[in-house]
Ligand binder design. Structure first.
Ligand code: HEC
Length: 198
């Protein structure tokens, strides 16, 4: 009798802790429901926000390339992008179209055309730099701003001088008249070409 009387309160205590663990379990389950999907989304985003889906492994060639391009002078004296921009009004886009053939190995120019080794260049004038679905270099993605005429001139004159660490393996177009013709042609790659500078 005594033992039974004792078991009463004990049993009650056991029930309480059982109830408590049920509540704790429910709370944990709720937390998992909230935190779980968020974690999955975070993992997904960290993969898709990066250069390539998944984890970006360090490429052995990366560091030396960075070091080598840092040594290139930013803008050799004597080149003035403003003079190229000023020449655009009188430039010859037809000649530029011919010059664009050397770009065509890596760049498509038609609207919606497939990506080659480089990004599609339809509508590139005024477009934010490094903004297409393309595996740009970190240097290009971090450059910032839009492709103004002046920035195109500087980049196409010496790609690695303007975007240090660019993936574009191209020495550049050194002739200012050819540069103006080329950019005048690139300007036509749009439904509504950007206005020419006055
Ligand atoms: C050997 C291949 C190759 C050649 C030739 C080449 N490009 Fe590129 N170009 C690239 C690659 C790759 C990128 C991406 C660069 C990066 O992410 O750093 C690029 C990027 C660009 C961009 C930036 C586009 C953007 O979406 O921000 C422009 C503009 C451009 N190229 C113009 C030209 C022009 C004009 C020529 C010819 C005079 C040319 N390229 C020749 C491979 C090439």
């Amino acid at each position: 009798m005594l033992g039974f009387a004792e078991s009463g309160p004990k049993g009650g205590a056991m029930m309480d802790s059982f109830e408590l663990s049920k509540i704790a379990g429910a709370v944990l389950a709720a937390l998992l429901l909230i935190v779980g999907p968020k974690t999955v989304i975070d993992i997904w985003r960290s993969g898709h926000g990066a250069d390539k889906p998944g984890y970006t492994l360090p490429v052995p060639g990366d560091a030396p390339t960075e070091a080598a391009t840092v040594a290139v002078p930013a803008q050799p004296a004597g080149f003035d992008p403003a003079s190229v921009v000023a020449a655009l009004g009188a430039a010859d886009p037809e000649n530029g179209k011919g010059l664009f053939r050397k770009c065509g190995a890596c760049h498509s120019a038609a609207q919606g055309a497939a990506t080659k080794a480089g990004p599609n260049l339809w509508g590139v004038v005024g477009r934010p730099k490094g903004s297409l679905e393309f595996g740009y270099s970190a240097a290009m993605k971090e450059k910032g701003g839009e492709w103004s005429y002046a920035d195109l001139a500087s980049f196409l004159y010496k790609p690695k001088g303007f975007v240090k660490g660019t993936k574009m393996i191209f020495p550049g177009v050194k002739d200012s008249t050819e540069l103006a013709d080329l950019i005048a042609y690139m300007r036509t790659l749009a439904d509504t070409p950007a206005p020419l500078p006055n």
